[in-house]
Design a protein around this ligand. Structure first.
Ligand SMILES: [Zn+2]
Length: 383
């Protein structure tokens, strides 16, 4: 097969996977025609002002010529834009994209991103769930609200240190509650977490939100491109054997490394250089929020915290160390220190948020609340 045929095979395989969720895609299309509350709620999660939802959808539909039968148009447009940015970075870094990637969203539940190598080809399918994109949006908003943002001249001065976070909690009584709700929602129903309270942001908050969101999303997509570039074949070989586990973990570390480098470059090339992407902060935020979301579920189930061991992925601290190494290897000398500090601030802030959230979830457990589905098998995922 030539490259074009291989990419066509990837498009076909992607459609087949997405078709398994045709009912959800159809429900979305039906509801869209009726401007239903369900669709508005879904769309609003992506936007700064819920009122913009329908306009944004129209724009997405008008601008995306590649929206396929099984694509949810808004998240498809987001994924397409992210892929263009990552592919641009890969081209600049002279990383091979082989026969190419067919990418979109998939209406599956949970916070998932996946890459699948198309058999017998050098092409891949990359898909993200709308829940993962909504999570990046929600966390971006929370981080914007958790920061102290001032203006000096025509420049925004943004502080993400722990003191600023504590000040923000004092100032905004709903902030801590919204953070705790984030972890509670994924603890309660990991497959279909509630998108949370809808609210708008204004001024400089919008700026921080969009940059943090983009940095998280770029890393998610960059990680999957990392698997593609390194020509990994994932899944189908998961076993609990130590050697196999080590091999899986090594692949994930390679994808994290490439993902951090690719998203960092993509962020630097953005219209507004994205410091959260360049510094690896977006990667760190995403990995920590996903880890705490898994732990939150365990806390609601058992009443105690436990680090989640997975055969597929190395533990959080190993992944964070990989991000450190990746950014240190590519960042300009003068920026390294600042980038490291920015990552450290988010680790500290999210650690404090998690302590609050954990206490609230333990209380819910003591009141008898349990996750919707209790048979948590920690199935292998390809995040
Ligand atoms: Zn992976």
């Amino acid at each position: 097969m030539n490259e074009e045929d291989e990419l066509s095979a990837a498009h076909y395989l992607r459609g087949q996977q997405q078709a398994r969720f045709k009912t959800q895609v159809d429900a979305f299309a039906q509801a869209r025609k009726g401007n239903s509350d369900m669709v508005l709620a879904h769309l609003s999660g992506f936007l700064a002002k819920p009122a913009d939802a329908l306009v944004a959808l129209e724009n997405a539909l008008a601008s995306a010529d590649s929206v396929g039968e099984f694509d949810e148009p808004l998240s498809h447009t987001v994924v397409t834009r992210l892929c263009l940015q990552i592919e641009g970075a890969a081209a600049k870094l002279e990383m091979p994209l082989h026969s190419g990637v067919s990418a979109s969203s998939i209406m599956q539940g949970g916070f998932e991103a996946m890459q699948q190598r198309v058999m017998m080809t050098n092409a891949s399918v990359v898909m993200l769930t709308p829940s993962l994109l909504l999570l990046c949006n929600r966390v971006g908003k929370l981080i914007a609200r958790s920061s102290v943002i001032g203006v000096k001249g025509d420049q925004a001065e943004i502080a993400h240190d722990i003191e600023s976070f504590r000040m923000a909690i004092q100032r905004d009584p709903k902030l801590l509650e919204d953070w705790m709700q984030l972890f509670y929602d994924s603890a309660y129903d990991a497959d279909n977490p509630s998108p949370g309270r809808l609210y708008g942001l204004s001024g400089e908050g919008l700026y921080v939100w969009s940059l943090v969101r983009d940095a998280m999303e770029l890393f998610a997509v960059g990680h999957e491109y990392g698997h593609h570039i390194a020509q990994h074949t994932l899944g189908g070989e998961i076993s609990s054997g130590g050697e196999e586990r080590a091999r899986q973990h090594a692949k994930e570390m390679e994808a994290d490394l490439l993902g951090a480098v690719l998203s960092g470059h993509a962020g630097a090339d953005d219209k507004v250089p994205n410091t959260y992407a360049m510094s690896g902060a977006g990667a760190v935020i995403l990995l920590i929020v996903l880890e705490y979301s898994r732990r939150a579920r365990h806390v609601l189930l058992k009443g105690v915290e436990q680090e989640i061991t997975r055969n597929t992925h190395p533990p959080l601290e190993v992944r964070l160390a990989t991000i450190d190494a990746a950014i240190d290897s590519v960042a300009p000398e003068a920026a390294k220190e600042g980038f490291r500090e920015l990552r450290a601030r988010f680790i500290e802030m999210l650690g404090e948020v998690w302590e609050h959230a954990k206490r609230a979830i333990v209380m819910m457990h003591e009141r008898g609340v349990r996750p919707v589905k209790q048979d948590v098998g920690w199935l292998p995922d390809q995040r």
